[in-house]
Design a binder for this molecule. Structure first.
Ligand code: NAP
Length: 260
């Protein structure tokens, strides 16, 4: 027990890593009070073992107000590497509120010899990289940036998303299948074969939960259009929830030793 007062932590989540960290925080609840925040993009997020909230804060200003109102002493940005806005807001808000920020993110996937990757800067470039010939394309990019593929209507798209689409995506030839990771590489290989997929478009999310499709593409010799990560926030990112937990405990101990 660290001196009697529980340190207060806010974790910005929506990722497997954030959920893993939440499980570690739940085990340390005697010393640390923590809250996990979801944006609300997924209809039914898997409930964590710590308290959680859903929805935006209202920009940097809203996040600073939340941090102050809830007397948060440490902020953890464990959002997805492509959640650029939230990460920027977290960096600015932690500086304004005068509390430390820990960034927890997955290391990117690395190309191996034999991988047929085309690396592009954004979704528009990904659509162009599919080429003029009609192809069967597997899209695992979430729902928000599908509009970029309207510029390439010659292809037939198989889209995988956590929730069903309502309204359906505005793509001439597409089919949506539901799926929430982690996925297995044998099942991914079967899906790619059954659907006669010729190209895959993905973000470089990193981590294990979505890696199976990369392994399956490697085995089948399928080309992958890889959309590069946005520039990360400043500071060193941690990659392991256990490492983030060790930093959180060290900070709690430092506060307790100062009698804060
Ligand atoms: P974004 O563009 O960086 O954020 C847009 C706005 O959504 C933020 O300004 C914030 O609204 C709100 N928001 C984002 N993450 C939040 C969180 N954890 N808690 C509360 N509000 C949050 O984010 P995004 O790319 O749409 O991603 C949304 C969520 O989905 C994130 O939690 C992310 O971890 C998860 N996710 C994203 C991807 C991806 O490819 N982008 C993939 C898997 C999971 P306010 O300004 O009002 O605070």
């Amino acid at each position: 027990m660290l001196g009697g007062k529980r340190m207060r932590v806010l974790v910005l989540g929506g990722t497997t890593e954030a959920s893993r960290l939440a499980a570690l925080l739940a085990a340390a609840r005697r010393d640390i009070w923590s809250m996990l925040s979801f944006a609300g993009r997924t209809k039914a997020p898997i409930a964590p073992a710590i308290p959680y909230r859903i929805g935006g804060f209202g920009g940097v200003e809203g996040l600073v107000s939340y941090l102050e109102r809830e007397r948060i002493e440490l902020l953890v940005d464990a959002t997805h590497p492509y959640a650029e806005q939230m990460s920027r807001n977290a960096e600015l808000a932690s500086a304004q509120a005068g509390i430390p920020l820990i960034v927890l993110t997955r290391p990117p996937w690395l190309r191996e010899p034999g991988d047929d990757w085309t690396i592009v800067g954004d979704m528009e470039a990904a659509a162009a990289a599919l080429g003029p010939e009609p192809k069967r394309v597997f899209l695992t990019i979430g729902r928000l940036q599908l509009a970029a593929f309207a510029s390439a209507p010659q292809h037939a798209y198989l889209i995988r998303a956590v929730d069903p689409f309502d309204p359906p995506p505005e793509l001439a030839r597409c089919r949506v299948i539901a799926g929430r990771g982690p996925f297995g590489s044998a099942a991914e290989e079967e899906l790619l074969r059954d659907e006669k997929i010729e190209m895959i478009v993905t973000k470089n999310s990193g981590g294990g939960a979505a890696f199976a499709k990369i392994v399956a593409a490697r085995r089948l010799g399928l080309p992958v259009v890889m959309v590069e990560r946005p520039q990360g926030v400043a500071g060193d990112a941690l990659h392991d929830p256990a490492e983030a937990m060790a930093h959180i405990l060290a900070h709690a101990e430092a506060l307790a030793s100062r009698g804060v």
